[in-house]
Every structure is written in C-alpha cells, then in structure tokens.
Design a protein around this ligand. Structure first.
Ligand SMILES: [Zn+2]
Length: 182
C-alpha cells in the first residue's frame, strides 16, 4: 500500500491529519480511508507511531476518537463551545498513553511508544490536538471551505485569510470549478 495514495497527508498538524482520514466528510459521499485495521496501522506507521496487532474493535475506538477530535476542533473553529463529554473524552485519551519523545544525536526526535499500544498512539494524537486547540485562541483553527470537505487546519497565513485545508486538493478543486464556470 502506498500511503501517499491511500491517505491525505499534507496537513502539518498531526491530529488534523488524523481527522482527514475521513475526507469529504460534509459532502454527499464521505470517504472513509481507515477501512480496516491494516490501514490504521499504516497510517500510524507513516505518522511515526509504531502500533501493531490492531483488530476491528481497535479500529472502532480509533475512529470514534477521531470523530471526537473533529467535533471539538469544529466547535472551536466555528466559535462554539465543545460538548463536555467530548472534552472529557479527549482529555481522557490524552492521559491514557505512555509515549515519549526521544532525541537522537542527529537532532531528530521520534516517538517511543512504551507499550506499542493503541492507547499510546491515540494519546500522542490527543495531546497534539490539545496543544493546537488549547492555545487560548492564539492559533486560528479553521474548517476548510472546500465543497463538502470540512477538514480542520491551522491558518498560518499572514492575513489570516486561508480558506482551504490544502491548496493541492481543495484549493485546486475550487480553482478548476471557477475556470469551468467561465
Ligand atoms: Zn479541504
């Protein structure tokens, strides 16, 4: 499996890249990319999180957690207060793992998962989500305006006017649609 063809990996926020494993989520035909435990393991591997031996129940809990992240992110992106139960779930998952960042002599950091468990990997993602969403409103989190996309992204543009999760996919789609309309 070529991960770059299976997944959308261009989002530089790990937690948002995880939520993008369901794409076109607000469209007519959302596309689930975590179709089986092997796909989930592949996604983790590409993210530098080595988890093996996942089963169907693991996949379900990972997907449930992914939707928690998306709901909390969407709430903040649209100026709403996230559900208490979602916040509690996010914080619980964050606290439930034992992964640590390890630095090597080349100046590269890598995740070391103590138990190589799903809980370790999801905890890393949860903490990443908390880091980005928990910046007390100083990091502008947005929902992509691409038709049906609803992908989360951080708007790092100078004018704070970025509209798409990715220029390569959603940005291009809009451009093409505009050209076709002319
Ligand atoms: Zn998008």
């Amino acid at each position: 499996m070529d991960a770059t063809k299976v997944f959308r990996l261009e989002n530089d926020v790990l937690a948002f890249r995880f939520t993008a494993t369901l794409s076109d989520r607000a469209g007519e035909s959302p596309r689930e990319r975590l179709v089986d435990p092997a796909h989930l393991e592949l996604w983790f591997r590409v993210a530098g999180l080595d988890v093996v031996g996942l089963d169907a129940a693991d996949l379900r809990s990972a997907v449930d957690f992914r939707e928690v992240v998306h709901r909390v992110g969407s709430a903040f992106a649209t100026g709403l207060t996230p559900a208490v139960t979602d916040l509690a779930a996010l914080n619980r998952v964050a606290a439930g793992g034992r992964a640590t960042l390890v630095l090597d002599e080349k100046g590269c950091a890598a995740w070391s998962l103590e138990n190589s468990s799903l809980a370790d990997a999801l905890s890393v993602i949860a903490q990443d989500a908390i880091r980005v969403l928990g910046a007390c409103d100083t990091v502008p989190v947005r929902l992509c305006e691409g038709p049906g996309c609803a992908g989360l992204f951080v708007d790092g543009s100078r004018g704070r006017n970025r509209r798409w999760c990715s220029m390569n996919t959603c940005g291009n789609r809009i451009k093409k649609a505009r050209l076709a309309a002319k």
